[in-house]
Design a protein around this ligand. Structure first.
Ligand SMILES: [Zn+2]
Length: 509
């Protein structure tokens, strides 16, 4: 694991930095850098005349759930592009990319046969397989999610069984490493002849009253074995029966369809071209795709419509930033950040001209933090901005890294992939579930987020000095290793730095 290691040269460099920091002046916020009048008029449009909730109503009811690669997702792409044109963005276009395989949900049902007989509520996890058409009756046995090393050493005991994932004891790995190993375990279970798996997101139990939560398992991974999420109430009862030593039998029938790849999708892109440095780009993004148990209003309808409403507020204000603001509706986020990974790849040649990527993808609550994706060099500058928002909302600034959303590929590119972290206690119920609906979104909260987004983007794009350039790969790799992200990124095939950032003197990761 990572240990910060101070070489003499590094210590000297630190000392030099400290000295120059003492001499340098405090970064300027909107009050001193000349951006305030423009921000004030954008705030007026954003708060007083926001179209965010109207857009969200359209996306929820005219488009609905939109799984990447499905006809509904294509409808969402067309809708997003039409909206961008209608708002008045320039260069509006869809940027095609393709994914390894498509998937369509069919039906999923389960019946408890012993020790009681009753119907259980389940939903298939995305990109997982099917039972035989008539379903299967089988005994349920547990596997300990927190000790998959041990479970993988005893695979024959799962032959012919339905495997119920149960976390027991203390986890010996972090969440992301458990998530990666869970995927490996599912592949081994298939080979070992298990018939189905009851195990939701990351193998954990569902949240909420009688809800199931679908989702992908891993980044761009599919599984032949049927995997279902079960409501926590139903799963809890099965666990009690098993703990009491009772034999539990379940009939399960899951029918899904895979489509051979590659399957085409597209990100939707539109610009407000900068007046002084049109080649320099600040990205504002969120994902347009969703799951299909409901409308995807909170994951990530709120983010997608905030991107559109942000563009709308800036254009209606008549303000034009120094640099280009690029609005992007990513797709394929739910299958493993596929659209944002594709964006960074397709724009590799111009990444050096990118300054940052702002992402809103944490549900329906108000923004509480700007997480700068490892870029601790930008904290003071960003704080000078967030302090100016004090009358709207107190927003913290830190350098946390978020790889579970479209910030990830930008962080890997050395940029501030900025997660506009929200305070969304209900999101654990709504995301990926049948409760992900317009009813869960408060118009006033959405309006506030959809106004803070253009203020942040415009300030970055318009301040006299360029906020950030991508770090060299060596520096990014070193930061990621020091923060302890190496193993997780490696296990999801996202580590592209080879040996870069490795401390030669210690060989430490
Ligand atoms: Zn999301």
């Amino acid at each position: 694991m990572t240990k910060p290691f101070l070489t003499l040269a590094f210590a000297l460099a630190l000392a030099a930095c400290a000295a120059s920091a003492k001499d340098s002046v405090k970064p300027k916020g909107p009050d001193e850098d000349g951006t305030k009048p423009a921000l004030t008029s954008i705030a007026g449009e954003g708060f007083y005349d926001s179209r965010a909730f109207t857009y969200l109503t359209e996306l929820s009811d005219d488009v609905g759930g939109r799984v990447t690669g499905s006809p509904q997702a294509q409808k969402a792409v067309d809708w997003g592009a039409a909206k961008m044109k209608n708002i008045g963005l320039q260069n509006v276009h869809a940027e095609k990319w393709s994914m390894w395989k498509g998937w369509t949900r069919g039906t999923a049902s389960a019946q408890l046969l012993a020790p009681l007989n009753r119907t259980l509520t389940v939903a298939a996890m995305g990109w997982t397989g099917s039972t035989p058409t008539q379903g299967v009756d089988a005994e349920v046995v547990t596997a300990n999610l927190f000790d998959l090393d041990e479970e993988m050493a005893n695979l024959p005991r799962f032959r012919g069984k339905i495997v119920l994932m149960k976390p027991e004891g203390v986890p010996r790995k972090n969440f992301w490493m458990l998530f990666a190993q869970y995927g490996d375990f599912l592949k081994e279970l298939s080979k070992a002849g298990a018939v189905a798996v009851i195990g939701g997101q990351g193998g954990f139990k569902a949240e909420g009253m009688n809800l199931t939560h679908t989702g992908i398992i891993g980044f761009a991974q599919d599984y032949a074995i049927p995997v279902v999420d079960m409501t926590m109430e139903d799963e809890g009862q099965l666990e009690r029966f098993l703990a009491a030593g009772k034999t539990v039998r379940v009939r399960i029938n899951v029918q899904n369809t895979f489509t051979g790849g590659p399957v085409e999708s597209a990100n939707v892109v539109g610009d407000i071209v900068g007046r002084e440095h049109p080649e320099e780009i600040v990205v504002v993004g969120a994902h347009l795709d969703s799951w299909d148990l409901s409308e995807g209003a909170t994951d990530d309808g709120t983010g997608a419509v905030s991107v559109l409403a942000a563009a709308d507020a800036i254009l209606k204000s008549g303000q034009r930033p120094r640099r280009t603001i690029r609005f992007v509706l990513f797709t394929g986020e739910e299958q493993g950040l596929l659209g944002s990974l594709a964006y960074v790849k397709q724009h590799a040649a111009e990444m050096k001209n990118h300054l940052a990527c702002l992402v809103l993808d944490d549900g329906q609550g108000p923004i509480k933090e700007l997480q700068l994706g490892g870029r601790n060099d930008l904290m003071d500058s960003m704080k000078a901005f967030t302090e100016s928002l004090g009358n709207i909302r107190e927003i913290d600034v830190n350098d946390k890294r978020e790889f579970g959303m479209d910030t990830g590929p930008f962080i890997l590119a050395g940029l501030p992939g900025i997660n506009m972290e929200q305070d969304s206690p209900d999101y654990k119920y709504t995301h990926h579930s049948a409760a992900d609906s317009l009813e869960e979104v408060k118009p006033d909260v959405l309006t506030q987020s959809a106004a803070i987004m253009p203020l942040t983007a415009f300030w970055i794009a318009d301040r006299p000095e360029r906020l950030a350039s991508p770090w060299p790969a060596e520096r990014t790799a070193k930061m990621l290793r020091q923060k302890g992200d190496y193993e997780m990124l490696k296990s999801f095939n996202l580590w592209t730095f080879g040996d870069l950032g490795l401390d030669a003197s210690t060989g430490v990761n």
